[in-house]
Design a protein around this ligand. Structure first.
Ligand SMILES: [Zn+2]
Ligand SMILES: [Zn+2]
Length: 281
């Protein structure tokens, strides 16, 4: 893309995410990524294992990482990603990974983002007093391909061990916590380089970011023409009453007032009567 080709960019990460973000964005935009500076410490913005609490919402945190990396490297463009893990907002008893990737172009004053909310995650944690149960848990969360954290309790970070990647280490730390505290709390290490499932979700989100960057405003050609509003009201298949389901996306430009409505963004023109307040109250 003419706007980006040859300009210097940086990925504000220290967890190997550049390996899935850079190839996709570089190819699509022509941005030239410089290596992430060695001293760039994203843990200062918050960690999963909560030694440092995240102060802002994920998008603001990602934006702050971008601006810090721009400041540090002198690049005009930076990309950062943030993951949040917890119960899925609408699917009961399912853990979810909510990933957001933000690109900030300081010179052009652009911010473009993409998000993936998925149940495709091994996020889990529990206290154990028996090695057999701990072993079973580790297998369920795809250890050792996915690494683990051991600590004294869910919120007890005293002596926390992260990045455990072998059965020998796991047994050793399990025995240590069990002996010292009577319990070992095991938790999935969600840092991208230790969690291939999360890395895959970041890759998917990077692809979405590229799609959004390449979507140009029909009026002024600014990249990042994106969904600004979701319109409910997809009609019920039986009675035609508008439901809460999505009828249309309204795309908008961040630079001018151009808007464009896309009807039936999920390819559905009518909704199943089970979601109709009239047919299925
Ligand atoms: Zn525009
Ligand atoms: Zn109906």
């Amino acid at each position: 893309m003419e706007l980006f080709a040859g300009r210097k960019a940086v990925v504000a990460t220290m967890h190997g995410k550049e390996s899935v973000i850079v190839p996709a964005v570089e190819k699509a935009t022509g941005l030239q990524f410089v290596p992430t500076p060695a001293g760039f410490n994203t843990d200062a913005f918050g960690t999963f294992s909560s030694e440092v609490a995240r102060k802002d919402d994920p998008r603001s945190t990602a934006r702050r990482k971008c601006l810090a990396a721009i400041e540090l490297t002198g690049c005009e463009v930076a990309i950062a990603s943030e993951g949040s893990f917890g119960p899925h907002p609408t699917i009961f008893f399912a853990p979810a990974d909510d990933e957001i990737i933000v690109m900030v172009d300081k010179k052009l004053e652009l911010e473009i983002a993409a998000r993936t909310l998925t149940t495709k995650t091994n996020f889990a944690g529990a206290p154990f007093t028996s090695w057999a149960d701990a072993e079973q848990f580790a297998q369920t969360v795809q250890f050792p391909a996915h690494r683990l954290i051991a600590k004294a309790g869910k919120d007890d970070l005293d002596g926390i061990v992260k990045g455990i990647g072998t059965w020998e280490e796991l047994k050793e730390h399990f025995d240590h916590f069990l002996g010292k505290f009577g319990v070992a709390f095991l938790e999935t290490d969600m840092r991208a380089m230790y969690n291939p499932t999360r890395m895959e979700v970041i890759r998917e989100t990077a692809d979405k970011l590229v799609t959004t960057i390449l979507r140009l405003c029909p009026a002024c050609k600014t990249p990042g023409f994106d969904v600004k509003e979701v319109v409910a009201g997809l009609p019920c298949e039986w009675c035609g009453t508008p439901t809460q389901s999505t009828l249309a996306y309204v795309y908008g430009c961040s630079k001018c007032h151009a808007k464009q409505e896309q009807r039936y963004p999920h390819g559905k023109r009518v909704e199943d009567p089970m979601y109709c307040d009239w047919c299925n109250p």
